[in-house]
Ligand binder design. Structure first.
Ligand code: MG
Length: 543
């Protein structure tokens, strides 16, 4: 058992309901996903992150959980889920599940009981106030990202309750030991079934100031307890958190290697898009330099796009406008005044060179790559769908009926399928790309193969190298496994840069957009085509 498996994993994120439907009801299910496991394994995926599949009224895409021990019956039952776990294990794929415990659905039994009486044992599971609270929060779900109240009056409870997100998602009072105990019980249940850990939704929100809640002197104690509990139950299980904050705060969530194992790198993600928009490496180079060096057990999770909007709130107002101008010029492509509701391939105008550049970064930046379903074939979005649903269209498997997602009538599909334009399932689908030798899908599979063959990209300390050319990002990672180097040209011009490595001997090219002449230790010159990229490597024995 490799305890550090997550440092060299290839994570693939999907929502069961939009991935593959096995019974023709128009809704993806566990059986459909099970049948698709060989596809994922042949792509090189080693870990799935499944978005919430619990019993839910589904007012926030499953992030509003009604019962953590029951499944959304449309997707299958616990029997199907355990079959999926077994089949995944057979092909060497682990499963992480989404644990949204910052809040529950208002329909959760705990909330229903809590509102009935102040004497209910569940009352303190939530955060209440008798008097109308002064509006002290910034509601995340309101347009513009500010304004809107975090409190809602409940007539039955005759009190106000706190919600970070939608009003139908009351926040749990995590400071309450009884709530923590319930979270442990939920974790215990799913670990015993065989999952490899949890993606902790909205982690920093769990203990931000809310009403009169007292988190004590050290709120992070709660996460240390989570880590200890998870590792006691299953030694190699991990916690992967959504911590959408500035890099100086990341270390707080890693703790002394005793809180989260992994954090999503939202910061580098924002500057990656600014670099792509400017066609200049400077912003991402700067962001990487600001990141703390990872300790042995820690890892950042690198991603290009996730299931939400591309939230650009780490950028300044002017920088955000630059990204909007480049990638979301129409108002309909923007959301909440801070984000973009498009997928990467369409933002990049389906330009294969720039798409490869972007995903080459995904696989080489310091961390573990997280792909989202459909990215491997370059799926686009459907802007006719509401809000974030634009990037939640169903998986495009073939050019056949409903893109091979489901045999149901089109009107019964859970979400739209992109059926017009350059990103239609008739043009972009798995089946066609399997057959085309030079397809994005086959490119992605080889990139993943090299990323796995050279685990140096996931380990050790990293450094941004100075190339003297603002168009090119050069970074390297060194560990006891060897040294990995990568060069990325953000511009549309051919460039040659020069490195200044202390020991440039025996460095080999391993992957790139072209077959370049091998790295010459004498000149240390690195040539790159427009939007070109090169991965290089030096074996351990030479370090
Ligand atoms: Mg189904």
């Amino acid at each position: 058992m490799n305890k550090y498996w997550y440092k060299n994993a290839v994570i693939y994120c999907l929502d069961v309901e939009t991935f593959k439907d096995s019974n023709g009801d128009g809704i993806g299910d566990f059986e459909g996903l099970k049948n698709a496991l060989t596809y994922l394994s042949s792509l090189g995926v080693t870990c799935l992150w499944l978005m919430p599949f619990f019993d839910t009224p589904n007012e926030d895409d499953g992030y509003d959980v009604r019962n953590y021990y029951e499944l959304d019956t449309r997707l299958g039952d616990l029997g199907n889920f355990t079959e999926l776990l077994d089949a995944a294990e057979e092909v060497g794929i682990r499963i992480l599940i989404d644990l949204a415990v910052n809040h529950t659905s208002e329909k959760h039994f705990w909330f229903q009981e809590a509102r009935k009486s102040k004497k209910s044992k569940y009352r303190d599971f939530y955060i209440w106030q008798d008097e109308k609270p002064e509006d002290d929060g910034e509601n995340m779900m309101s347009e513009g990202g500010s304004g809107g109240s975090n409190w809602k009056y409940d007539r039955k409870a005759k009190a106000w309750y706190y919600h970070t997100f939608f009003p139908h998602q009351p926040d749990l009072n995590i400071s309450n030991k009884a709530v923590q105990k319930e979270i442990f019980r939920i974790m215990h249940f799913w670990l015993k079934l065989g999952v490899s850990g949890f993606r902790m939704d909205a982690a920093p929100h769990m203990f931000t100031e809310k009403g009169q809640v007292d988190f004590g002197e050290d709120p992070h104690e709660i996460f240390r307890n989570f880590r200890e509990f998870v590792e006691t139950q299953k030694r190699d299980a991990i916690l992967l958190a959504e911590v959408d904050l500035e890099p100086e705060k990341y270390q707080k969530f890693f703790g002394d290697e005793d809180q989260m194992h992994m954090l999503f790198n939202f910061y580098v993600n924002n500057y990656l898009f600014l670099s792509l928009a400017r066609q200049e490496a400077t912003p991402i180079a700067k962001a990487l330099k600001e990141m703390p060096q990872p300790q042995e057990k820690e890892q950042m999770a690198i991603f290009i796009r996730n299931h939400d909007e591309l939230n650009l709130d780490k950028l300044s107002e002017e920088e955000m406008q630059e990204v909007f101008e480049a990638f979301a010029p129409d108002e309909n492509m923007q959301i909440f005044g801070r984000g973009i509701r498009r997928r990467a391939a369409s933002m990049l105008n389906n330009d294969r060179k720039r798409i490869e550049l972007t995903y080459s970064l995904l696989f080489t930046l310091p961390g573990t790559p997280v792909l989202r379903y459909g990215e491997e074939i370059g799926m686009g979005e459907d802007l006719s769908m509401e809000g974030r649903d634009s990037v939640r269209t169903v998986m495009q498997w073939s050019s056949g009926k409903n893109g091979g997602f489901s045999g149901a009538d089109k009107k019964d599909l859970i979400k739209n399928i992109v059926s017009t334009g350059d990103f239609s399932y008739k043009k972009i689908n798995v089946q066609d790309q399997h057959r085309e030798k030079d397809s994005l899908l086959n490119w992605m599979a080889s990139a993943i193969r090299f990323r796995k063959e050279f685990p140096e990209f996931g380990w050790g300390s990293y450094e941004v190298l100075d190339t003297g050319d603002k168009r090119v990002l050069a970074h390297c990672r060194k560990s006891d496994k060897g040294m990995a180097l990568a060069f990325h040209n953000f511009s549309g011009e051919e460039v040659t840069v020069k490195t200044d490595l202390e020991d440039p001997a025996d460095i080999e090219d391993i992957f790139g957009d072209d077959t370049y002449e091998n790295f010459d230790p004498k000149t240390q010159k690195v040539k790159l085509n427009s939007y070109g990229y090169r991965w290089l490597h030096k074996r351990k024995k030479y370090i």
